[in-house]
Design a protein around this ligand. Structure first.
Ligand code: SAM
Length: 233
């Protein structure tokens, strides 16, 4: 049986979501290494866990890996990010990847993520700046770096919140172009033909962003596909 998380952990350049998934996998591998090096191994709660694609990164780094999701057989617990079925301060690591945009009430979600994280712990969230509509079961929100930071700071008390664009402005534009190429190819039943083209778009975008910090760092005129948030109680 194929592992549904494989494409998330090792995204291919030919994937239209490469600009989102490659930096996300890199970041979570780094976070898993950090957890593995900590004095006391953390318990991890994955909220909106889907198929728990990142669980293998954390194997050996955490003492427990618990998934929460709405009606999902891969999850240990059924619940929402707005009402997490876990006690206060019960996990040192709280992961919530590509789920906040699907939450009806993101402010309440942030309060819940803060409630369940233990003192000294970390909340790790990723969510979109720009993305096509992708209901799961619905799709409500997009953010700027400033809006996402404000959402976290206004709804809970944190000692630190950092919001980092996952990839650059060209990667974001490239992702939209790649999505469009993929869509056209699907309609023409010629998806394999689109793959080298998508890979070329992703490779070129990565090279252009790599050459210019102004395309990678938040500022007027920039646009980002995805953000990584680290929030510490
Ligand atoms: C795009 S998938 C992301 C899955 C996984 N976290 C990942 O990064 O691959 C969004 C997930 O959020 C779940 N979801 C949607 N609304 C939710 C909510 N209000 N609370 C918790 N999970 C939710 C969906 O069931 C789905 O598993």
């Amino acid at each position: 049986m194929t592992d549904p998380g494989e494409g998330r952990r090792h995204p291919q350049l030919r994937s239209p979501t490469y600009a989102v998934r490659a930096p996300l996998a890199r970041w979570l591998r780094e976070e898993a290494d950090l957890a593995a090096g900590s004095q006391r191994r953390p318990r991890l709660l994955d909220v909106g866990c889907g198929a728990k694609p990142y669980e293998p990164f954390f194997a050996g780094a955490v003492t427990e890996y618990v998934g929460v999701d709405v009606a999902n057989p891969a999850a240990e617990l059924e619940g929402t990010v707005e009402e997490i079925p876990m006690p206060d301060e019960s996990f040192e690591l709280v992961l919530c990847t590509q789920t906040l945009e699907h939450a009806l009430d993101p402010a309440r979600a942030v309060r819940e993520l803060r409630r369940v994280v233990a003192p000294g712990g970390r909340v790790l969230v990723s969510t979109h700046g720009v993305q096509v509509y992708h209901p799961n079961p619905d799709d409500y929100w997009r953010w700027t770096h400033a809006g996402l930071e404000r959402l976290f700071r206004e709804n809970a008390s944190w000692s630190a919140v950092t919001v980092t664009p996952a990839s650059g402005t060209t990667a974001c534009i490239g992702m939209l172009v790649a999505n469009f190429i993929d869509l056209l190819a699907k309609r023409a039943h010629a998806r394999p033909l689109a793959m080298p083209l998508v890979a070329a778009v992703n490779l070129t975008a990565r090279a252009i962003d790599g050459a210019s910090p102004r395309l990678r760092e938040p500022g007027p005129g920039t646009i980002f596909a995805n953000y990584h948030v680290v929030a510490q109680p």
